[in-house]
Design a protein around this ligand. Sequence first.
Ligand code: DNO
Length: 404
Amino acid sequence: MRQTWRWFGPKDQVSVDDMRQAGVEGVVSALHHMPTGDIWTSAEIAQRQTEIARQADGTVSGLAWEVVESLPVSEDIKKQQGEWRLHIANYQESLRNLAAAGIKVVCYNFMPVLDWTRTDIAFRLSGGATCMRFDLVDFAAFDLHILKRASATADYSQELLESAAKRFETMDGDAQKNLARNVVYGLPGAAETLSLEDVRHHLAEYAMLSEETLRNNLIAFLEQVTPLAQELGVKLGCHPDDPPFPLLGLPRIMSTETHYRAVMAAVDLLSNGITLCSGSLGARPDNDLPGMMQRLGDRVHFLHLRNVTRESRDIRGSFYEAEHLGGDTDMVALVQVVLNEEARRRAAGRIDSSIPFRPDHGQDILDDLHRKAQPGYPAIGRLKGLAELRGVMTALSHSGVNLT
Ligand code: DNO
């Protein structure tokens, strides 16, 4: 398991030097400043590689850009409208440029309009740490009373409608603004920063788009880019929906094992793969993460290891981001299955037998509470997660332990 770490570029409050001290082996990054749909040029890619290769004092860091997260897919491609053909051609060109620069794992997602979504970015836990949380009542309050989406009432039970109305009444102007900011203005890594008006405009455009059409559009996109990726030796990994259920009446097509199976089978090439995010998928009680890794492992090209505590038994429910070994996903069992998959790849002579993973997100603890890094991406909270995962990996790979 290759220990990687997400770095948002020179503006990241967690530096290249910090990553080195954390014992990171490889870097996950993206050209966040590039408009979605544009070509990532060789010059821009080389610039980011240079930034990663150097420490603050100019000496060599020994780190390299190994995984792209994300090369974003435009809304035009998702809807198959406007400039979608040009955007696909540009995506292909970006893949060529990345491959030429030696970067061979590319993560993307196919969530319409909103990338990952939380209602609270600093939920205080009893021990004093803060973490990210998705509260369904807050989300419904946003949808019904702030965004005022026309058909929203149909999406919630009577009980939820009442709780959301009550919750909204307790919010002052600042609380409303905060909630809207958390939901729509884009969390780190989201391709777009949207206003409420933008969201309304997108929702109107998606109104006629069924789940089936969205899936067909993903497959059409993959039919165009995967054969090229395969030729270039690039592995694509589709990140799951986060949270893994429909929001704002929009279809979600990468939330379950069944969803992944359909898309993997439709374009049956090794390069058409998965970013297995245990945190996103783990927010649904019917997703069995170790089982998914076991059954889909062949196509898993990148892993996000993180945990959530679900606050309800419903498919669509509230949750908060737990410690990496806490929460509802059995992380030890999952790591065991990853190690098994790597052993299988080694035996088959595959060159990708060390799967890159990153300790995804982290709670804000100690100095994180003052550093104000990107929400979800603190230095110490992530380092703690990485250290715990490293402990699990080391113990399970120890020669005294029998790997089956
Ligand atoms: C959140 C991330 C997501 C992810 C994209 C992948 O922390 O996991 O923003 O990068 O959805 O395309």
